[in-house]
Design a protein around this ligand. Sequence first.
Ligand SMILES: [Zn+2]
Length: 376
Amino acid sequence: MLRRVLEDFEIKEHLKRGYQLVKGPQILKLELWEKSGHLDNYRENMYFTEVDKKKYGLKPMNCLAHMLIYKSRLRSYKDLPLRYFELGTVNRHEKSGVLHGLFRVREFTQDDAHILCTPDQLHQEILNIIEFVKDVMDIFGFDFGIELSTRPAKSIGDDIDWERAINALRSALDSYGFSYDTNEGEGAFYGPKIDFKLKDCLKRSWQCATIQCDFVLPERFDLTYIGDDGEKHRPVMLHRVILGSLERFLGVLIEHYAGAFPVWLSPVQAKILTISEMQNDYAKTVYNKLIENEIRTEIDMRNESLGLKIREAQIQKIPYMLIIGNREMEDRGVSPRLRTGENMGFLKIENLVEKIKNRCKKEINEGSLINNREDR
Ligand SMILES: [Zn+2]
């Protein structure tokens, strides 16, 4: 559920910023991986298979399919920039010794996008991505550091393209006034990149967003657009993720919040706790009203004491515990208790729904400002 909430959030944030949702296949023909340079530069991390005597590679990255989508029709400068977004599941062979919980796995899903634009649009597109990263990190309450990585020994492309790409990334960072470290030789094999390292509450640093500037793959796959001069031109491609691997990001989030997620992100937002079985029917009515209003709700009608039910919900750090006794049943409402121990007093169900919805909206609009406060 947590993952789904995060995915829905991502889709909404991308649509708002002019991205298109796309979906590529999991396996692609070997010759495509050869052409992209993955076979020469990334082979040890890839899985291979054979279908009808033809060789295929499982995708370790989403770029290839996105380029094929671009190539599926003639593009004009008026169509650009094109921003393809996919919650793209990739497979990478990692040595068993480095696998680690949700943090390092062999199959993971990236919030991956490829932006195809004209060289003139590059600067603005990079600025937009930096803004996007900043907005999202603020919603979750993370600070971040920035690193710029240059050309590695194992790489493809001309020096002049690499130089142009590095300058584009550098000038975008400079116009934001961000300070950053430079990692010589740590770029991707097809282009230089900016890495954003988020800092969690335990002061650990985690790789999240990257922006990679790529003049090489558009060349290799002969991607073109028709310019206002009627001639064919080469677009630039930006590879970028915001959260990176959803698995790793979830791992970081769980520890960062110590399980006490903001309300909008909580897998269970409200739990109904009955005092005795006399309130069971009414509890079900409340439950139905809440789920109809898209509040993620559970119900505890066990024959246990209210104290025990509260303690258990408290350990699960559920934002709203809705206690129902005879008074709540007679007056058709609930008495919510927060995980801080604070009571909200008697509320009609409609009022509670409104309060929860407002709280979620506020958490997303105001980000860490509100997440650090427990008032509802
Ligand atoms: Zn890519």
